[in-house]
Ligand binder design. Structure first.
Ligand code: AMP
Ligand code: ZN
Length: 437
């Protein structure tokens, strides 16, 4: 196989040299962190007064972990390390409402992110001859603009089609000869079904590749999409706290995602003991971003469960490969690519006085897409045989939830006492999607 590299020197840098670069960049990042109120306090408590207190990469372990709740507490500007007028953009985590986790970018931060993204896309074999249709949400979510910028950097023609509307997506693919797409894996499976329904012949499309990410999926799902659409599918991993996509991406070998270690320090920990996992073992990924001046985040607990490959990749890149994400070490659900915490749903429904005390969140597959149903019991003063107030209540729950979690759920109302009550810890979430990862 002929491999191509966006930045061969960095991508194939010997590990010893890479570690020297990481240490340098870690010190610089600590310099930025010390300008934020949050880290000034945190780092001082850990005995780190300046970058000079970091003597080796092992000293990273002196720094306490940062979690999502820290980012929320620091909202809006607690993690900003440069003057506000030097910020050129902000992004937020998908599905976040209430207090979002917001990330700020300087002009250089955007340049770095774009360059990393180009490295991923080029490494997957794309060139400026490709036509790239970005079928994912734009806006605060990083998946839209992230891949968009990277595609343009390479010189591909980018079609910012956004998510949904399959009929329009097919039309664009046919009119402009799209060769590469980016979408969630569930949407890609759905595209195939819709293609059949709409009578779109595979031969009328020029598709060759897809980037799939934003939610967990199995190797079987990858193969299924590849078979159905006759394309190569590359796994793309990222999270808004760490810029978004471009954290780790598969090369042409399609066997694990190279994490760009000149831009991140990656650790795998045991989520229970918080101690480092053994080489190659699966645990929680902890990331420190290295080249971001506006929002430094050190030792961020991603909650994503994965591990490193221990053997080198045939492509010759020295940056380690991450395994497919196995799941999460917290209760966050990813529904059609959107992050949802059960507590967000609880907050909405328990805040409505017409709603009774018991509820159940059910997530299942509806064809290729995920389907969220929220079942609630109704309060004592509403009667099941009076459909008008019931329908109004259902609609109101749906709408309020949609505002809060960015997804329109199905809502089922049940009589008081009708939903199952468990004897031990309440079971509020039933995730019935097949677990084949
Ligand atoms: P967001 O901050 O909205 O971009 O969401 C980031 C989260 O999406 C990650 O922490 C993962 O849980 C999930 N995610 C993103 N990409 C992938 C992927 N390729 N495989 C599995 N999960 C992913
Ligand atoms: Zn590789």
């Amino acid at each position: 196989m002929q491999f191509q590299y966006w930045n061969e020197r960095i991508e194939k840098m010997p590990r010893a040299e890479l570690e020297v670069l990481q240490l340098d960049r870690l010190r610089a990042e600590i310099g930025f962190a010390l300008r934020t109120p949050f880290y000034r306090e945190r780092l001082a408590a850990a005995g780190i007064a300046g970058p000079g207190d970091i003597h080796s990469l092992d000293d990273l372990r002196k720094i306490p972990f940062t979690g999502k709740s820290d980012l929320r507490q620091g909202f809006p500007y607690g993690f900003l390390s440069i003057p506000r007028h030097d910020v050129v953009r902000l992004h937020a985590s998908s599905g976040t409402t209430g207090i979002p986790t917001t990330i700020y970018f300087s002009r250089d931060d955007i340049k770095n992110w774009t360059d990393n993204m180009a490295r991923c896309i080029y490494g997957a074999g794309c060139t400026k001859d490709d036509v790239f249709q970005n079928m994912i949400s734009y806006g605060l979510f990083t998946g839209g603009l992230g891949l968009h910028q990277g595609g343009e950097e390479i010189g591909m023609m980018v079609i910012p089609s956004g998510s949904g509307n399959t009929a329009r997506q097919f039309k664009l693919m046919q009119d402009f000869g799209t060769t590469v797409v980016h979408a969630t894996p569930s949407f890609l499976l759905h595209v195939e079904t819709k293609m059949k329904e709409a009578g779109v012949a595979r031969e009328s499309l020029s598709l060759k590749k897809a980037f799939a990410g934003a939610e967990p999926y199995s190797e079987d799902t990858r193969r299924r999409i590849e078979g159905l659409l006759d394309i190569d599918v590359y796994n793309s991993y990222g999270l808004s706290e760490m810029n978004g996509p471009s954290v780790a991406f598969e090369c042409q070998c399609k066997d694990g995602m190279h994490i760009w270690e000149d831009g991140y320090i990656a650790e795998i920990i045991n989520p229970d003991t918080l101690e480092p996992a053994a080489d190659g073992e699966v645990g929680e990924l902890v990331l420190t971003i290295l080249c971001r001046e506006a929002t430094p985040i050190l030792r961020y607990r991603t909650r994503d469960l994965t591990g490193f490959y221990t053997e080198p990749c045939p492509c010759g890149r020295t940056h380690r490969r991450l395994r497919r994400i196995r799941g999460r070490s917290d209760d966050m659900l990813i529904i059609n690519g959107v992050n949802v915490f059960p507590s967000q749903i609880e907050e909405v429904i328990m805040g409505m006085k017409e709603v009774g005390n018991n509820y159940l969140i059910v997530v299942e597959k509806d064809g290729a897409m995920d389907r969220l149903t929220v079942k609630t019991e109704i309060g004592e003063d509403i009667f099941m045989d009076d459909s008008r107030p019931l329908n109004a209540l259902k609609e109101r729950i749906m709408q309020t939830l949609q505002v809060s979690i960015s997804i329109r759920p199905h809502v089922e109302l049940h009589e008081g006492g009708a939903l199952p009550v468990s004897e031990g810890k309440a079971i509020r979430v039933q995730d019935l999607r097949p677990k084949d990862i």
